[in-house]
Design a protein around this ligand. Structure first.
Ligand code: ZN
Length: 444
């Protein structure tokens, strides 16, 4: 029997984890299932996966001009990171020290989203783009091949639309899904005129809908109410946008139920979500995205909002949060929530490592939540998120041989090689540019 022609073979992986499962997302007891192919292999052609299986089977059926020997290495799907605030100006490291030491900095506590919004406004298009491309390089070398990127630091309609245009204009190997975060925080000059802000945002939606795939709203006691988010969410849906929700981060605003009501693709944070809301999300097929990086970075510093005032945090026992979402039957995903204030990390590996420690999830659950379920959170599960024939060839080769080692160890980058859309784009931990990458990687 003659062999079929592929562009690239990856063979002899010590472990290959396909992370395959239902395209509607992996939930319940199925999350504990993670197939592991010993001495695994992949055949890739035209940016797509042709075959996955034991090396013996794949090499019997396929030949290619280039073969990568993955002996001693784990092979997995590329990560899908379904929640980030990619574009922003400035840094909040001074603010953070003030928070953790409970001291005021020399200039006073110039922190918060308002600080970042000002810094973003003062940063040019060119500089915001340069910073974003550098961050995308870092994400890629840590294994992220698809990223959701939302606006939110404009805090004026004009600025939000500028950030959206810049996001959509980024040219990088990491595939970017742009989101218009319409309702993030109320601008200071709209205090007492909330409805005016809602109306202005609603008027900006047709322009945003031409560029963004998603409209995001913050349903939280510190941000916007169920009814305010419903108004904007329904307007966005009428324009053909899909919905994402920041839900119940600092307290219960019934955000999980709102996400279900809007048939949102995902609701994220959910620290104070009601069980009934999580169950409604399971019924509506809304993915619950958990953000353990935020849990770590803010520790007990996130104030809870009760009765309209900020108080000390009363965090639900963190392992309960993840378990209650799983038990409600929701599809659960994990994400960085990369942003300057509450989670300045680009690393999905860090997220996996924290999910084990803070949420007490198993290795299988964590791998499924960062791959196929994360793709499902972006409505991309049919195209990527697992190593299966027909899917986009986004593949990671690791410097460790077994999938559990990626989570058990922490603090280092264990990704060695990244294949995105069938092209080798990271080798020995470094972004490959020029000829080898066939122009796929845009210089930053
Ligand atoms: Zn966020």
């Amino acid at each position: 029997m003659s062999k079929g022609n592929a562009d690239l073979l990856i063979i002899h992986a010590s472990e290959l984890v396909p992370c395959a499962g239902a395209l509607t997302g992996i939930c319940g007891a199925e999350l504990e299932r993670l197939d592991v192919i010993q001495d695994g292999a992949l055949a890739i052609s035209d940016g797509r996966i042709l075959a996955v299986g034991p090396s013996e089977d794949v090499t019997r059926s396929w030949q290619a001009p280039r073969t990568i020997d993955a002996h001693g290495r784990l092979v997995s799907p590329g990560f899908v990171d379904p929640h980030s605030h990619l574009l922003f100006g400035g840094s909040r490291h001074v603010d953070y020290e003030s928070k953790i030491t409970q001291r005021q900095s020399g200039k006073g506590l110039a922190g918060g989203i308002g600080f970042t919004a000002r810094a973003t406004r003062e940063t040019s298009d060119t500089e915001l783009t340069r910073r974003a491309l550098a961050d995308l390089d870092a994400m890629l070398t840590h294994g992220t091949t698809t990223l959701e990127a939302k606006t939110g630091y404009g805090v004026s309609c004009r600025e939000e639309l500028r950030l959206l245009r810049l996001t959509a204009g980024l040219r990088h190997t990491v595939d970017i899904v742009p989101t218009f975060l319409a309702l993030h925080v109320l601008p200071e000059d709209y205090v007492g005129r909330r409805q005016t802000w809602i109306e202005e945002i609603t008027m900006a939606l047709p322009g945003a809908a031409r560029i963004a795939r998603y409209c995001d709203v913050s349903c939280d006691p510190a941000c916007f109410t169920f009814d305010e988010c419903l108004q904007v969410g329904e307007a966005a849906r009428a324009l053909g946008m899909s919905i994402r929700v920041h839900a119940d981060q600092t307290g219960d605003a019934n955000g999980a139920a709102l996400a279900a009501r809007l048939a949102a693709s995902a609701a994220d944070h959910l620290d104070y979500a009601r069980p009934s809301g999580l169950q409604a999300m399971a019924s509506s097929g809304t993915v619950a995205t958990l953000l353990p990086g935020v849990t770590l970075h803010l520790c007990e510093l996130t104030p809870g909002v009760r009765g309209g005032t900020l108080g000390a945090a009363e965090k639900p026992f963190m392992p309960m949060l993840a378990r209650s979402a799983i038990d409600a039957g929701a599809v659960v995903a994990l994400s960085t929530d990369y942003n300057p204030g509450s989670c300045p990390t680009v690393s999905m590996q860090m997220v996996m490592q924290l999910a084990a420690r803070l949420f007490r999830l198993s290795y299988a659950e964590i791998w499924n939540m960062c791959t196929l379920n994360a793709a499902r959170a972006l409505d991309l599960a049919e195209d990527r998120g697992s190593l299966e024939p027909g899917k986009r060839a986004d593949v990671l080769l690791w410097a460790v041989p077994e999938h559990g080692m990626v989570i058990n160890r922490f603090g280092s980058n264990f990704v060695d090689t990244v294949v995105a859309g069938g092209q080798v784009v990271v080798e020995a931990g470094r972004v490959v540019r020029g000829e080898t990458a066939k122009g796929v990687v845009q210089c930053s």
